[in-house]
Design a protein around this ligand. Structure first.
Ligand code: DAH
Length: 337
């Protein structure tokens, strides 16, 4: 037989020393589980006389209810305590600094490249591209730079093999497009070019935009009109422009195009070396030899070409004095544009 009073006393002391919901669960198993203390008591039931059986069964059932009720009420106390403990241990310190996610910016070179492209697209130019790893033939030969020609020296070439190079300018796109399309044509070719050179105004990789237009009646005045319009839009409508005679193997006549110095307004300063002018691009009328190389009849067609450096234009537009700033990607620099 079971001594109810001492049973309850032991149970209560265990119950009160339980400090968490999971400890309570262990107590439940110990008393009420399949092999629990009260369940085991019932095993003796069949050996008892009939009248004893009834009162024994009744007292076991009462104890079960007692245990059940005890656990339930202790559970409600402990689960509140558990919650309080979790709220303290898992609380968030809202005064801590947040996680910093740096946000990027459009690169000034891309921004200016987009502006240049927009201006020419509005004048009816389409956009063409060519490979950065280029054949000597397209980069030099077909552009009327014969082998051993001194003009090749000015373009500090990266060689892949003797005949394969990194393009030193975007002019080879002229040849590739003419091989593909018959005139009239009017396009620009933006892209990366490579020269083995590095200082405050040169990096081994930089960007150029080539311009090209061919038809039966293109003249130097068309070239002047297109470039003046471009310069007035990319800088300002008041910017003075001048064409100065020059030489490129693939254009004849050739010119270098200057703008009035934007730093001293033409008075002469360190940047323009006292001349009042800044060179911004090369241009000219397509050399008839170049037309012959691609099978265009130079008696029928005329055209103009020009090429500009995007880093140089960006540096002038925003008064940036060191080209290397473009390649550091310091967000404090990039945010200024
Ligand atoms: N390709 C020349 C260079 O990178 C720039 C140039 C000059 C392009 C005159 C032209 C041009 O199309 O007509 O030095």
């Amino acid at each position: 037989m079971i001594d109810s009073d001492s049973f309850k006393k032991t149970f209560l002391s265990e119950l009160n020393s339980a400090s968490s919901v999971s400890e309570l669960q262990q107590i439940r198993v110990k008393y009420l589980g399949k092999k629990g203390l009260l369940t085991l008591q019932l095993k003796d039931l069949p050996t008892l006389a009939a009248e004893e059986r009834r009162s024994f069964g009744k007292s076991i059932n009462e104890l079960k209810e007692y245990v059940e009720a005890g656990i339930t009420s202790r559970e409600s106390v402990l689960s509140k305590a558990d919650l309080r403990k979790r709220l303290v241990s898992e609380s968030i310190d809202v005064t801590l600094p947040g996680k910093y996610t740096p946000v990027g910016r459009e690169h000034p070179i891309n921004k200016v490249l987009r502006e240049i492209t927009d201006i020419f697209v509005r004048m009816g130019f389409s956009i063409e591209e060519g490979p950065e790893v280029e054949l000597d033939y397209y980069n030099f030969e077909a552009l009327n730079f014969p082998r051993e020609h001194p003009a090749r020296d000015m373009q500090d070439t990266f060689f892949v093999t003797e005949d394969v190079i990194l393009r030193t300018h975007t002019s080879p796109v002229q040849i590739r497009v003419m091989e593909k399309i018959k005139p009239p044509l009017r396009f620009i070719a933006p892209g990366k070019v490579y020269r083995c050179d590095a200082d405050v105004s040169h990096t081994p990789m930089f960007h150029q935009v080539e311009g090209f237009m061919v038809d039966t009646d293109i003249s130097f005045s068309d070239l002047k009109g297109v470039l003046e319009t471009f310069i007035h839009r990319i800088f300002s409508p008041e910017t003075p422009v001048r064409f100065r005679p020059s030489f490129f193997p693939f254009t004849e006549p050739s010119a270098e195009v200057d703008i009035g110095c934007i730093f001293c307004k033409g008075k002469g300063c360190q940047v323009c070396k006292g001349t009042g002018w800044l060179e911004i691009l090369g241009a000219g009328m397509v050399n008839p030899h170049v037309f012959e190389m691609v099978g265009y009849d130079p008696e029928t067609y005329t055209g103009f070409a020009f090429g500009m450096g995007v880093e140089r234009i960006t540096m002038l537009k925003y008064s940036i004095d060191d080209i290397r700033l473009f390649f550091e990607n310091d967000i404090r620099f990039l945010r200024q544009f």
